[in-house]
Write a protein of this length. Structure first.
Length: 550
């Protein structure tokens, strides 16, 4: 339940602190006194959006703080899942800066508006006049029936399964699209892959092949120059090797005369040894050099195929072609993998649909069983509210589609008078009838939910006299199990409250302020008398007010 509300610098409110009690509280005040401002402030602290136009003094920040007693409402799991500190007395605070920016806090922990809104759903139900139209909305009608049917846990399980079902459906469609694209490209992909596989890229060395090709392609020219080189080196009288050997002999004769001659001899000998090794290697190369036209043709064909593939795939190396081959192999294998994934997801969808159908059937049966209970309770309460001949006909049909809350379609049909035909509730019920039906609905739901607080904002619109008295008794009964706050213009309802607050305007230094105070017994008699007869209170109005309070 809400214990207190503090408002600073909001609309016409400069500063206001209100302490609420459990049971049935009444708020009254003239039209325009600021009751809607009070609800607006409460709405902000519960997560509604705001801007700087809400500030009374545009130079200062506005803050609104509400204290809620929540120890009896099993909300610890909510705080744990949202990483918030739990307190039996939980404080919600909202600040609006002059810039228009706002901040929100739960027990001094900064939160976003969505978290504030999520928590508020467990704390309070503010029923404003326009919300009576929710009775005509299909979503709210389902909420009514599901509350009576105790479908909450089933709907949670159904929602989890439906979320997975929709996710799998999207993934299945995505895989089918991928498969379709792969099928279109499969032939060409396979052709490209076989083309690359045919030349055994793993065993190829492009540089070695090109070197070997150049050598075979120029074998005569190479052989000619090798022979000439060997002749220059080995000619018996004038060859390089012969002359170098003669040089060695000459130097060897004088090496004993100076270490310098020994060093020069050693260097010449090294050159001689290196030259002789090189000539021996050239000789071996010359012997190995063979003219092989078949090998040359084979190398040429391989290189031309390689160059053609590199040009086709716009690369320059064998390693890049190998990467492309790996990608093509992955695409070919992906076809089979996607087919396998499609089969798995289709099996999963079938399993999930079985679960969804079972849950939807249980939800449907619970709703069917709840309908006569709901209509009986409606008729019982509404007969007290001046609608003795009211009848309801709720049509519930199960279809094949998966909706967010099951597989049912729902229509609320209504007849207010004996002998009149049933019609859609939203078309045939008047404003006063809808107000009474809504009150009856809230009274029924209060026995099925554990909501701490409900605020009725002029739910008595369009009723008076004895009907208003009956409405007050219903709200009074509701307050035995929850905190009920009613904003009203009717003295019959105002008189039933355990506590009575008055909203009024005051003017100080040419500034209009909205204020609120709790009335003592004498002030309450006067307030109800004024609600009966206006500002000129008669003796009979005072007596009538006392009678209502008693």
């Amino acid at each position: 339940m809400i214990q207190s509300l503090s408002i600073n610098n909001f609309a016409l409110i400069e500063k206001l602190n209100i302490d609420f009690s459990s049971g049935f509280s009444i708020i009254t005040g003239e039209t325009g006194a600021g009751k809607s401002i009070l609800l607006g402030a409460l709405g902000l602290v519960l997560g509604k959006r705001a801007d700087s136009t809400s500030l009374k003094n545009k130079e200062e920040k506005c803050f609104i703080e509400a204290h809620f007693q929540i120890s009896n409402y099993n909300l610890k799991s909510f705080f744990e899942s949202n990483d918030l500190d739990y307190e039996d007395i939980t404080i919600l605070r909202r600040e609006i800066l002059p810039s228009g920016k706002s901040r929100a806090f739960i027990n001094d922990t900064p939160v976003n508006l969505q978290e504030l809104q999520d928590l508020s759903e467990y704390l309070i139900d503010i029923h404003s006049q326009h919300q009576t139209q929710e009775l005509s909305e299909n979503e709210y009608q389902f909420q009514i029936i599901d509350a009576v049917a105790s479908n909450h846990s089933l709907l949670e399980s159904y929602g989890v399964s439906l979320k997975q079902y929709k996710k799998d459906k999207l993934e299945l469609q995505s895989l089918k699209n991928q498969l379709q694209n792969l099928i279109k490209e499969e032939d060409y992909t396979t052709f490209l892959l076989k083309e690359l596989q045919s030349i055994s890229l793993q065993s190829m060395d492009q540089l070695e092949m090109e070197t070997q090709f150049e050598q075979l392609n120029n074998v005569e020219f190479i052989k000619e120059n090798l022979n000439k080189s060997l002749l220059l080196a080995n000619e018996e009288q004038y060859g390089i090797l012969h002359n170098l050997n003669e040089l060695k002999i000459c130097l060897n004769k004088i090496i004993t005369f100076s270490p310098n001659y020994r060093a020069i001899f050693d260097r010449v000998e090294t050159v001689y040894i290196e030259l002789k090794d090189s000539i021996d290697e050239l000789s071996q190369k010359e012997e190995d050099l063979i003219h092989d036209p078949e090998k040359l043709q084979e190398l040429n064909q391989q290189l031309q195929l390689l160059y053609s593939l590199q040009k086709k795939h716009q690369v320059t190396t064998i390693s890049e072609l190998q990467q492309i081959q790996t990608q093509l192999e992955a695409q070919v294998h992906a076809y089979a993998a996607i087919e396998n994934s499609i089969e798995q997801i289709e099996n999963q969808l079938n399993s999930t649909s079985i679960i969804l159908n079972d849950l939807a059937n249980l939800i449907h049966e619970n709703r069917k069983n709840a309908i006569p209970i709901l209509t009986e309770k409606w008729i019982e309460i509404l007969s007290q509210l001046g609608m003795p001949n009211v009848r309801f006909q709720i049509e519930l049909n199960q279809v094949s589609n998966y909706f967010l809350n099951g597989k049912d379609e729902l229509q609320f049909l209504f007849s207010a008078n004996k002998g009149s035909d049933f019609g859609l509730l939203k078309k045939v019920a008047s404003g006063g009838e809808l107000s009474r039906i809504m009150l009856a609905t809230k009274a029924i739901l209060s026995t099925y939910s554990k909501l701490p607080t409900i605020i009725f904002d002029e739910i008595d619109t369009g009723v008076s006299g004895e009907i208003a008295n009956k409405m007050s008794e219903i709200m009074k009964n509701m307050s035995h199990s929850m905190q009920v706050i009613a904003i009203t213009h009717l003295p019959q309802i105002a008189a039933k409250g355990d506590a009575h607050f008055k909203v009024f305007k005051s003017v100080l230094e040419e500034q209009t302020n909205t204020e609120m105070k709790i009335l003592n017994n004498e002030e309450r008699i006067l307030e109800i008398a004024q609600m009966l007869s206006g500002f000129d209170v008669s003796e009979s109005a005072l007596n009538h007010a006392k009678a209502l309070l008693n």
